[in-house]
Write a protein that binds this ligand. Structure first.
Ligand SMILES: Cc1cc2nc3c(=O)[nH]c(=O)nc-3n(C[C@H](O)[C@H](O)[C@H](O)COP(=O)(O)O)c2cc1C
Length: 330
């Protein structure tokens, strides 16, 4: 049975990769994940704001906020509060590369064009096999229209891709008016792959203190459905790779993501909940399903349930929407 897959031009032994998370902090944990079967490793992110802060410190301007709005700057963690400083991040790429035989993908997190994007080249020099660029952004300025937001993101992606010779994937939010149009545009400016989707850690309201409460809840499998929908829609239109992240907790979830068109699946919550050894059973389950359905390789069924053969995917989706609402009886 051949579980091999190609992701961002990298040959991987199977589609299960460790998603961006604190797992990259400890080399011995990364080794356990590799030993249990992970085929690649995405590091936790280095943030635009961290790199900006360091660059300002270098020019002795650390006391001067980068933004005209000092309050906005104070929302962010202080420089020392980040788990990895930019220098330590590069050192950690080297450490992981030295200890692991699987590819190490560094993660840059930012969306505005700027000098921070040069860090991609430093990540490449430190040994990263690829870069995952997370474009996390919540547009709240009513003066900023969708085209401006996306143009800035495209410029950022082209700065990063121009700075390196290694492949760059882009981790997207689902909140684009036309995700498929944007994914194709990302390929045009040099992205080699798309990662669907960022999870938004939505604050709850504390109605006693009248405060917003930040919270980080691990995912559950219901979150996969949004990914399946967009993988199925986007995958027929891309030349590059697709990775699913969000809500993958079982081997059935992995099969579904591949049927929808994913080259790889990224796992975080399931690994945080159950530890590295869960990878053994996930791989076993994937192999068992392939055997039962007489598939010898991942490529034989990748994308088998995408919307490639659907003449009008928008009408198909809308028809399903109408039918499901009509099916409810009181
Ligand atoms: C504790 C924690 C830290 C994370 N850190 C990052 C990060 O630094 N960069 C990033 O792009 N995603 C980060 N993520 C998001 C994950 O990479 C992943 O996209 C998300 O958890 C959905 O996958 P899951 O359902 O397998 O958890 C983090 C998630 C968790 C739970």
């Amino acid at each position: 049975m051949n579980l091999e897959t190609t992701y961002l031009g990298l040959k991987l032994s199977n589609p299960l990769i460790v998603g961006a998370s604190p797992f990259s902090e400890e080399v011995h944990v990364a080794c356990q994940l590799q030993d249990a079967g992970a085929s690649a490793f995405v590091m936790r992110s280095l943030f635009e704001e961290q790199i900006d802060a360091e660059q300002r410190a270098l020019i002795h301007l650390i006391e001067t906020p980068a933004e005209s709005n000092a309050e906005a700057t104070s929302y962010f963690p202080a420089f020392a509060e980040y788990q990895l400083t930019p220098d330590r991040y590069l050192k950690q790429i080297e450490n992981l590369r030295a200890a692991l035989s699987i590819p190490v993908i560094a993660s840059l997190n930012g969306c505005r064009p700027g000098g921070w994007t040069d860090y991609a080249a430093k990540m490449e020099s430190a040994g990263a096999s690829a870069i995952e660029l997370n474009l996390y952004q919540l547009a709240t300025d009513p003066a900023l229209d969708a085209e401006q937001v996306e143009n800035e993101m495209l410029e950022t992606v082209s700065l990063v891709t121009a700075a390196v010779n290694i492949p760059v994937s882009v981790k997207l939010s689902p909140f684009h008016t036309s995700p498929v149009n944007f994914a194709v545009a990302l390929e045009r400016v040099g992205a080699t792959g798309i990662v669907l989707f960022n999870r938004f850690y939505q604050p709850d309201f504390d109605i006693e203190q009248l405060e917003a409460k930040s919270q980080l809840k691990l995912s559950d499998p219901s979150e996969l459905l949004l990914r399946l929908r967009w993988l199925s829609i986007i995958s027929p239109h891309l030349r590059g790779s697709l990775s699913a992240t969000g809500g993958i907790h079982s081997s059935d979830d992995i099969v579904k993501a591949i049927l929808a068109g994913a080259n790889t699946v990224q796992l975080v919550s399931v690994l945080l909940k159950h530890g590295p050894r869960v990878l053994f059973s996930l791989l076993d389950g994937l192999e068992g399903w392939m055997k039962e359905h007489e598939y010898d390789s991942i490529n034989e069924f990748r994308g088998a349930m995408n919307l490639k053969r659907c003449a009008d995917p928008a009408a198909f989706e809308r028809a399903n929407y109408v039918r499901i609402l009509q099916s409810w009886r009181v």
